[in-house]
Design a protein around this ligand. Sequence first.
Ligand code: ACO
Length: 419
Amino acid sequence: MKPLKRIFVVGGELSTFIGKGHPDFVWKKHPDFGKRENPSLEDYLSQAINGALEKTGVDAEAIDRGFVGNFAGELFNSQGHLGAMAVRANEKLVGKPFTRLEGACASGGLAILSAMDALHAGSDVVMAVGAEVQTTVSAREGAGYLARASHWEEERSIDEFTFPAMFARRAKHYKEAFGVTDEDIAHVTVKAYENANKNPKAHMSKVSWDLESASTPGDRNPAFLGNEELKPHLKVSDCSQVSDGGAAVILATEEGLKKLGKKPEDCIEVLAYAQATSPLGQVKDYTVLDNTKMAADQVYADAGITPEQVQVAEVHDCFAVTELLMYEALGFAEKGKGAELARAGETGLTGKIPVNTGGGLLAFGHPVGATGVKQLLEIYRQMKGQCGDYQLAERPEIGLTANMGGDDRTTVCIALKDV
Ligand code: ACO
């Protein structure tokens, strides 16, 4: 929808995203093993909330309502009731209405949407926060938890790594339909890691992939699925990370900005937002993200912009092939032509439509509930020139986010403009 009153993103903060492959992440062979623990879900909520308040100079007292995106705290951390957990972060938040939202990997996007709905309903200053801690169990066990975002009864059995297998299925169909190769898909991976290597907050800031290794299965890059039909279509390098982290943003109306003593020029503005939801287990065409396309088409229509006008995008690259499908669903490339866009380098930092400038889910990381919130914050940071080594040469004026849950079953798209 087009906001009924002007909505501004005041700013926010995110933690470093960590997990296996990040130097700060403590695991069995780490020199700090037994000496310190990795941060908890509560730590990430607190870091994000207090970091956002500090970064924006907003007093917690000014926050009218808060919305928390998290997918599976009960499973990974034995912790639910996260609205009440979030307000532990700051004593000035005690008593304020904080509510948790869940829509699988789009939980963060839903927290932002609910925050904007609250602004329409009369609030002036709101916060959306997202956090997830997934490294409490092995990747294999965690895959079973993440599989709760599929239709469990009908889809869990596809593979123990259910989501990697579901997107291997999309890769298989996409490659067969359009003659796309593993090397085409690997261009997305290489770009993601190159960007993350410029981003000190990224999970994979110190890991790199060259085109040949990312295109080829091998010891370092196993094709790890058990499902024999799908196994050839997905390697470790194609997958987003099992990350821990948190992110928070503050949004306000014009009235809210006055209360905060801020000007619209300090902020970016929401042009339009949309959510689309499709039935679990009923993907009609594996070569298209049709749910995302519905949300994107709505956002373009409501914002009054075209895909050609978008100068920076944060898209949900849960797997490398998903980013190619996103290019097509968002109108950056025609059907079947996403790979050409990647191959030509047009979605890199110097291309015509830079996508996932900080490394995306593949390499910035994917702490599920935090991802949608991080996407919005990344657009803000690019527009305000805060991205350091991965800052675009020309600050973008129009940006787009696409945060997707499950196998393209819930999508949140937001169109943004620098003020
Ligand atoms: N040869 C053969 N097989 C191997 C090798 C090798 N050299 N190395 C590993 N494997 C296999 C093993 O079977 C291993 O499983 P096991 O150790 O439990 O038996 C499996 O690969 C994974 O290896 P791990 O060492 O556990 O891998 P890691 O911890 O680095 O995780 C992985 C990699 C599995 C790709 C993980 O990052 C992942 O699951 N990513 C996707 C996360 C996800 O699905 N998120 C949700 C997205 S959906 C959405 O957003 C809409």
